[in-house]
Design a protein around this ligand. Structure first.
Ligand code: UDP
Ligand code: MN
Length: 274
């Protein structure tokens, strides 16, 4: 019975280009390292090259091609200074993965430190509070139940109501609007999505609960692959004022250098440096 259930549950991530795909690769290897028993699925759009798709295929169980959705809300996105986030609407395709009963969506900029398979005991929509506005959930890690019906409702909602931040998080928080007050079981502990700001905004808590951290999320414009890595000392030097924790960046880079970088197509020109 357990085995059957496990094959109907999956971790799902998304990449619209080769750079974010690097994040997906590190994420998948981090999930394998902690011994997940669930399927790993990556949604990719046309921006992901064939060679990177090949590499994704060596660690993910399924690669699902998707179209890029645009929120056509460029004004709001421009306000946020993150026009790149319009592609996050593509995330909603995850609700169409109806070959699975339950899934956990994870951003490509997340890193799993400890096993989180217990998340599949939670219901839709379970997520952790956003550090910037804790009455909203952060949409980088969430438990959902695939359904064509929910997918259609989400798109309808996107067209009629729009998103208050122009990205998926604003829209998902309006759509699942009772999350903040209705059911405490749908509030994941913050340790399931520790955003990088927390490292500097509440350092004592970060130290106190360090051993409980399960998922680290490198939010913001600077991603782990933008930091510089010294191949001689095998250490990462964090860029100034990103608030990223050196320790977790090092974990990300160790996985990248061991399990991803050696197998990259040398012809690839990626927008990161080592
Ligand atoms: N994403 C992508 N291509 C992009 C931007 C985003 O594939 O150009 C996907 C990727 O999975 C990423 C997620 O959408 O992790 C959300 O974007 P991001 O993590 O950059 O947003 P943040 O967490 O910084 O708000
Ligand atoms: Mn993210």
């Amino acid at each position: 019975m357990g085995e059957n259930r496990e094959s109907q549950e999956a971790f799902v991530t998304l990449a619209t280009n080769d750079t974010y795909a690097l994040g997906c690769l590190v994420l998948a290897h981090s999930l394998r390292r902690v011994g997940t028993t669930r399927k790993l699925v990556v949604m990719v759009s046309v921006g992901v090259s064939d060679s990177v798709r090949g590499q994704l295929g060596s660690v993910f169980d399924q690669i699902v091609p998707v179209n890029v959705l645009d929120s056509s809300d460029t004004c709001n996105l421009a306000l946020l200074g993150r026009p790149d986030l319009s592609v996050t609407f593509t995330k909603f395709h995850c609700w169409r993965l109806t070959q699975f009963k339950k899934c956990v969506f994870m951003d490509a900029d997340t890193l799993v430190i400890r096993n989180i398979d217990d998340l599949f005991d939670r219901e839709e929509l379970s997520a952790a509070p956003d550090a910037g506005w804790p009455d909203c959930f952060n949409s980088g890690v969430f438990v959902f139940e695939p359904s064509e019906d929910t997918y259609k409702k989400l798109l309808d909602y996107a067209v009629t109501a729009g998103s208050f931040d122009g990205g998926d998080q604003g829209l998902l928080n309006l759509f699942f609007k009772n999350w903040a007050t209705e059911d405490i079981k749908k509030h994941l502990p913050f340790t399931y999505n520790v955003v990088s700001q927390a490292f500097y905004s509440y350092l004592p808590a970060f130290k106190q609960f360090y051993d409980n951290i399960k998922v680290v999320h490198f939010i913001g414009a600077v991603k782990p692959w933008h930091h510089s890595f010294n191949v001689t000392t095998r250490t990462v030097t964090p860029l100034p004022s990103t608030g990223h924790s050196q320790e977790f960046l090092q974990v990300w880079w160790d996985i990248f250098m061991e399990s991803v970088q050696p197998y990259l197509d040398p012809q690839l020109t990626l927008s990161f440096q080592t």
